[in-house]
Ligand binder design. Structure first.
Ligand code: FES
Ligand code: FES
Length: 172
């Protein structure tokens, strides 16, 4: 576009320079301009969590954020979570616990869980939180559900999603 602006992003440990319409969301930049289609466009309105990615280690809904707001930020998508052939512990736990059915919500669930576990480690409270401290993450199922309430699963795979996250919490 004539009014394109230049944006530099570090995504999955690679630097990208993009010329984008300033109204481009981070989700569209990832999916349409970089071919990173792991983050899904479910609702495009911040209500399903399918588009969740990590920005500077914190989870966000990429559909609600303009790419231009992230100049210089470090972004991790589902495509960048594994270390080579080795799955991230949260990915491995989702496989071990069958934490998905159709899989549409799964990249968002996994990125959200990675961010959520870091929030818990950092002592961010939830309404249901009990004895959180920075060294142990012992999350009750109720607390996992509450902290993951921004991620909708149309297949209702919630019991297995919660089991996977409970398991992964001991490893991250
Ligand atoms: Fe972003 Fe639904 S697509 S929250
Ligand atoms: Fe189908 Fe969650 S596994 S939407």
């Amino acid at each position: 576009a004539a009014n394109a602006i230049e944006i530099t992003l570090n995504i999955n440990s690679r630097n990208y320079s993009l010329g984008l319409d300033p109204r481009t969301t981070l989700l569209d930049a990832l999916r349409n301009h970089l071919g990173l289609t792991g983050a899904k466009k479910g609702c495009d309105h911040g209500q399903c969590g399918a588009c969740t990615v990590l920005v500077n280690g914190r989870r966000i809904n990429a559909c609600l954020s303009l790419a231009a707001m992230h100049e210089g930020d470090t972004i991790m998508t589902i495509e960048g979570l594994a270390a080579g052939e080795k799955l991230h512990p949260v990915q491995a736990a989702f496989v071990a616990h069958d934490g998905f059915q159709c899989g549409y919500c799964t990249p968002g669930q996994i990125c959200s869980a990675v961010g959520m576990l870091q929030e818990a480690k950092d002592g961010w409270p939830s309404h249901a939180s009990q004895n959180l401290n920075a060294t142990t993450i012992a999350l009750t199922d109720a607390e996992i559900r509450e902290r993951m309430s921004g991620n909708i699963c149309r297949c209702s795979a919630y019991p297995n999603i919660v089991a996977a996250i409970r398991d992964a919490a001991t490893e991250v």
